[in-house]
Design a protein around this ligand. Structure first.
Ligand code: GCB
Ligand code: CA
Length: 926
């Protein structure tokens, strides 16, 4: 009712619309708010009574459903009479790579896909204009309607639109056919990147019906209204509006362009309007108007007040509402300085948040609006105030949420790793920058436009000095062109280039002088070096470029949500190592005021098909998982950033633990509690473990876990308000003495050569690190752990994709030269499950993102061995690699009856090369 009545009452009548008269009246101080409310109510009720039908001036609706889809090229699929009855039916958002990007076959389909749909266009819209809007399709699109080509678009991450009126048959079905191509194209960024280029129409498709006179729908698929706020302070805000108007009629028309400003409380605070003579066939007539908003309610992360602007055009003669566009407006001013950092509305604000990739488990990039919303909410409820929308512009929903929730953003075009030295590449890049800037032009959340992520990571001509120089010159020239264009199109925002941690390379190439801000993507203590090298880099970079404000645009460490350890080391993919990494980085950044902002890499674990890792095809640097479960790192940041009291027990997604019992039948393991309170008391199974001080948002405890369910409760006080968190842990205890009758042996799962714990969430079992055999207990005899050697040192596990299993980490470590594995179990029947995968001698591709941390192969000429269980040869002459190939999970079960004091002794006898065992599971049948 409210909005309907607004439409009526803002109809212009002569020079003053009744609405403007009222709104002017309302602005006078004499009106109490009660009176205002009463008056509004009266007007709106009257409006509703007197007015019968209200014509919507612009109709927007999605056409996402029921597309016929073919994952292949077809030379005549654009034709109306083409038979697509055998094609699949899909719903947009859609990608054709959700499964082949995570399967065991390397690569994913990069080619052409066709979408076809019959769309009925009503006769009653005959005199209207119809625009089709694609919010995103990767990466080249050609649209056909009724067999005719409508247009093409290049680039997988920005929106695009076509006026399709002249291709339509009104009152009939119209055949829409969309050809989408995600093939590699050297002229379209990104050329390569550490994320999967999911193909398909993965964001909404909309149809927009307008009158012939309308606000332009085809200016870089923007809203057609551009808002700037050249002056904002506590007293007033000057707002300028540039609207583009279209008249597709051949006759001129006199129209009114009116902008009505609503306060965050939905009161009208300003109305400006102008009469315009719109020529016939004018495509983008530019109208400029401005207004002043007194005592503006400022937009900030703490209070993201949003005004709304209704831009309407009316027929001057008939007073008919011709078109209407609604935009949000946030009033704020900001500044970056290398000394003071980021200043918002006059106050310094340290920017801390994340990057975000737009994918989800088994869904690829084809996310629903609600899934996008959830992600931004996750960042907000962590206390984050900063999002690097990387490495490409994202769905409108994401940006809308940033405006609404108060998240400062940096948006970038997807030039990643490298450029192609071609005019087409330049042109496509510049066009993407235009689309990015104009599509998110009005968003208060956006303060930075960025481009060229780590563009010097993949120098094509490293060895050839002349070619290298030519390449670097081309990069510099393109960067300068993009910079110039963005600054011209949007002089009010900052620009940024995110660089990798090779200061000199970027500095020598002149790239550090081009943008207004520099971003550094830093991984010291992950891809190489130690944590301390992080602050070294920061200090040197600051010393060399004291006047350039900089942001840590990326930092992070991989953590497979299933892996844990009590002895964290680099590249073990455990939560515990990632926790240490972030603890260190947080302190170093806090201590340096010249670090203006930081974006964790990444909000979520994301797809990167070329990667191996503990979880193949996934980059695990997220602080949440691919299904958005919270990792410890998320809790850590929440404790640091969130404004309300926080008490969160670490390891919240480590639900099944295990370990060896001490003499008191407990197993002590560390647990961290993340909090912003001073002290935390931890209760374990309802008994207090004592109080611990919170240092740097962490309280540490050694928890004596007992067998079975353990209930942990952490308690803190904020004043006299009790804040707590509960965690239930299922602990699988192994007695030291396997013949124990108090804690009888049931099963054990051991990863050889490993210091990691692996929680197999699919089957609910916990795998333990190895230990050496001692009498009465269990463990290995002889041999040594496999280590992966790289240029930057060693890694504790392989990261090969182990074929035939989802439990890759179980197979990614091994004990080489093992003589025996023994368990002094009591008599009974047991099943032994041997797990092998050959990790040595595997040819691997060098992965650019490893920054040189790729495996250096040891000499290896194969292995053959027997497996003898309690004197019986159970597996003869096992030759894993020749029979099953490398890096494939080989699982063999053996049943053994154990008599008297015999226990289980498994001997490994070499026939050739070193014996080996990756993992073993032993359980008691009877
Ligand atoms: C980077 C890249 C990003 C990668 C990340 C990583 O520097 O900008 O795309 O995903 O490192 O995890 O290696
Ligand atoms: Ca694949």
């Amino acid at each position: 009712l409210y909005f309907l009545s607004l439409k009526i009452y803002s109809l212009p009548s002569g020079k003053l619309s009744p609405f403007r008269t009222v709104s002017n009246l309302l602005k006078t101080k004499r009106f109490s708010s009660f009176m205002k409310t009463a008056l509004y109510f009266l007007i709106f009720s009257l409006a509703f009574l007197f007015c019968g039908k209200i014509e919507a001036s612009r109709k927007i609706s999605s056409i996402n459903e029921y597309w016929h889809f073919l994952c292949n090229e077809s030379s005549d699929a654009m034709n109306v009479d083409f038979d697509d009855s055998t094609w699949n039916i899909v719903t947009i958002p859609h990608t054709w790579n959700s499964m082949d990007a995570i399967d065991e076959i390397s690569g994913y389909y990069r080619g052409i896909g066709w979408y076809r749909k019959s769309v009925f266009i009503p006769q009653e819209n005959e005199n209207e204009e119809v625009t089709i809007f694609f919010k995103g399709a990767n990466q080249e699109v050609e649209l056909f309607i009724n067999g005719q080509s409508v247009g093409r678009h290049t680039g997988g991450y920005t929106r695009f639109s076509f006026n399709i009126t002249k291709f339509l048959n009104f009152g009939k079905n119209n055949l829409f056919a969309v050809k989408v191509d995600n093939s590699h194209n050297e002229n379209i960024p990104p050329l390569s990147a550490d994320f999967t280029f999911f193909g398909g129409i993965y964001r909404d498709i909309l149809l927009i019906y307008t009158n012939k006179q309308h606000i332009s729908t085809t200016d870089y698929a923007s809203s057609g209204v551009y808002v700037t706020t050249p002056e904002v302070n506590e007293n007033k805000a000057k707002v300028c509006l540039r609207s583009l108007l279209t008249n597709t009629d051949k006759y001129p028309k006199s129209v009114y362009v009116e902008h009505t400003f609503f306060s965050p409380e939905k009161e009208v605070v300003s109305v400006v309007s102008k009469q315009i003579e719109l020529q016939g066939n004018s495509e983008k007539y530019e109208d400029n108007q401005e207004t002043i908003i007194e005592s503006p309610k400022l937009w900030s992360p703490g209070s993201p007040h949003l005004y709304t602007i209704f831009t309407r055009i009316y027929d001057s003669d008939t007073k008919e509402l011709l078109d209407e566009v609604v935009e949000a407006l946030g009033l704020r001013w900001f500044e970056f300085s290398s000394e003071k950092g980021f200043i918002l509305n006059g106050k310094p604000l340290k920017l801390i948040g994340t990057n975000r990739h737009q994918c989800y488990e088994k869904t690829g990039n084809a996310l629903s609006d609600e899934m996008h919303v959830r992600d931004v909410m996750l960042l907000k409820s962590m206390g984050g105030n900063f999002l690097r929308v990387s490495h490409y512009p994202q769905d409108q929903t994401v940006m809308e949420m940033c405006d609404k929730l108060g998240i400062i953003t940096s948006v970038e075009i997807p030039i990643v790793n490298a450029i192609t030295e071609s005019d087409d590449f330049d042109r496509n890049s510049l066009h993407m920058a235009k689309e990015m800037v104009f599509q998110d032009f009005n968003r208060p959340s956006v303060v930075i436009w960025a481009y060229m992520n780590e563009v010097l990571l993949r120098l094509p001509n490293k060895e050839d000095a002349i070619k290298k120089k030519k390449y670097l010159t081309a990069v510099n020239r393109l960067a300068s062109e993009i910079e110039r264009q963005i600054r011209k199109d949007d002089p009010d925002r900052y620009t940024l280039i995110p660089c990798h941690g090779n200061f000199n390379e970027y500095d020598n190439a002149g790239l550090t002088n081009i943008p207004m801000l520099i971003g550094w993507n830093l991984y010291q203590g992950w891809y190489g070096d130690t944590f301390g090298k992080f602050e070294n880099f920061l200090d040197i970079a600051h010393e060399k470029l004291p006047d350039v404000p900089f942001i840590i645009t990326e930092y992070g460490a991989d953590a497979d949500p299933r892996l844990h350890t009590l002895e964290p080391v680099r590249f073990d993919y455990t939560a515990e190592y990632a926790n240490l990494y972030h603890e260190h980085y947080i302190q170093a950044m806090k201590e340096r005021s010249f670090v203006v902002g930081a974006n964790i890499w990444n909000l979520n674990d994301f797809h990167s098909e070329e990667r191996n890792n503990a979880v193949p095809h996934i980059n695990n640097k997220g602080i949440t998982t691919t299904t958005r479960e919270l990792k410890d790192t998320y809790l850590q940041y929440k404790a640091m950033l969130f404004s309300e009291p926080v008490v969160l027990i670490g390891g919240s997604n480590w639900k099944i633990r295990g370990g060896n019992a001490g003499l008191d039948y407990t197993c002590r393991q560390p647990v961290k509690v993340y909090s912003n309170l001073e002290k935390i008391e931890l209760f374990v199974n309802y008994k207090s473990l004592g109080v611990s001080e919170v240092k740097n948002n962490i309280a540490c405890f050694e928890v004596p876990f007992t067998d079975g369910e353990n209930v942990l409760e952490a308690v803190g006080f904020s004043g006299d308000r009790k804040i707590n968190d509960l965690l239930k842990v299922d602990f699988r205890m192994i007695s030291y003495d396997l013949k124990d009758t108090i804690l009888p042996f049931k099963e054990i799962n051991v990863m050889l050569g490993s210091k990691r714990y692996f929680e197999d969430k699919q089957s609910g079992v916990i795998w333990l690190p190895e230990k050496e055999y001692s009498k009465g207990s269990w463990g290995y005899v002889g041999g040594k752990s496999y280590v992966k050697r790289t240029r930057h040192g060693t890694q504790p596990a392989s990261d090969l994709d182990i074929l035939g299993t989802n439990n890759d980490p179980v197979f990614q470590t091994m004990r080489m030269g093992i003589e025996a594995f023994k368990l002094d179990v009591p008599q009974g029947q047991y099943t032994l499950c041997f797990n092998w995968a050959e990790l040595q001698g595997c040819a691997t591709d060098k992965l650019i993102y490893n920054l040189g941390d790729d495996e250096i192969q040891d000499e290896f000429s194969g292995r053959i061995f027997d497996v003898i269980v309690n004197g019986e040869k159970m597996i003869a002459a096992l030759d894993i690699a020749s029979v099953y190939g490398n890096q494939r999970a080989v699982m063999k079960k053996v049943v053994v009856n154990v008599y008297d004091e015999q226990g289980i002794t498994i001997h490994f006898k070499s026939i050739k090369g070193e014996t080996v065992l990756n993992a073993i599971r032993v359980y008691k049948n009877y």
